[in-house]
Design a binder for this molecule. Structure first.
Ligand SMILES: *Cc1c(COP(=O)(O)O)cnc(C)c1O
Length: 233
């Protein structure tokens, strides 16, 4: 089932790319495996998945050693400063950097480990009370401040759009994110290097996100099925 789901999601990504005049190679599908058992992750791996997304440090620490070494692990959940040290040298990209204080901690740990941490700045694009992320208005300032820190490379932006029945309702937010990314690129004149990665789109809205410029889509339910949070300890 997981293989069929992945193939179907990939076909829809390819179709959205064609519609938007983009290359499929511009978009990477992240299999969001949070709450799912290792057997299911292995099934996804067998079907070709190499990018996995998790939202909890504890779960990452358990799953990383149980899976093949060539996986790119994406930290997509809210990250506490005191947990940065556990994942700094284990994850490929941290999607959820929402404050200068968190970025400073990542910078400190990266320098200590003699590595460059790749991060995205999380933007609360719809200004939802319940969500983490910097506001659309503050985002550029935060990106430029973080980009000056040693040991950090700001690859781009991430957002979690509102939960909607119809993904089309989030199109305007994805357009806002794309515009922000372009604005930052153009203002980015003091030798600051900020990338153009856009992590946006989940099961309910990833085709719309791809049409509007997503370079990563994060799909959980559409690959692994519904999550059962009651089973969590
Ligand atoms: C859970 C989660 C996803 C995947 O959500 P689905 O709707 O199951 O595809 C994507 N991004 C983040 C940050 C998540 O926490």
């Amino acid at each position: 089932m997981i293989r069929e789901n992945m193939e179907q999601v990939q076909r829809k990504i390819d179709a959205a790319c064609r519609k938007a005049g983009r290359e499929s190679s511009e978009v990477t599908l992240i299999a969001v495996s949070k709450t799912k058992p290792i057997e299911m992750l292995k099934e996804a791996y067998e079907a070709g998945a190499r990018d996995f997304g998790e939202n909890k440090v504890q779960e990452l620490m358990e799953k990383i050693p149980a899976m093949p070494k060539d996986i790119r692990w994406h930290m997509i959940g809210h990250l506490q400063r005191n947990k940065v040290k556990y994942i700094i040298d284990k994850v490929y990209l941290i999607h959820s950097v929402d404050s200068l204080r968190l970025a400073e901690e990542i910078s400190k740990e990266a320098v200590k480990h003699d590595l460059t941490a790749n991060i995205l700045v999380e933007v609360n694009v719809a200004g939802e009370e319940s969500k983490f992320g910097t506001s659309l208005q503050e985002a550029e300032k935060l990106v430029l401040a973080i980009a000056k820190l040693p040991g950090i490379c700001v690859k781009g932006l991430m957002t979690i759009a509102p939960f909607v029945e119809n993904g089309e309702d989030n199109r305007k937010y994805f357009q806002n994110m794309k515009q922000l990314s372009v604005d930052i690129l153009h203002k980015n004149n003091d030798n600051i290097n900020v990338g153009q990665v856009l992590s946006m789109g989940m099961t309910g809205d990833y085709t719309v996100a791809v049409e509007e410029g997503a370079t990563y889509v994060r799909v959980g339910t559409g690959i692994f099925g519904e999550r059962d949070y009651k089973k969590e300890s």
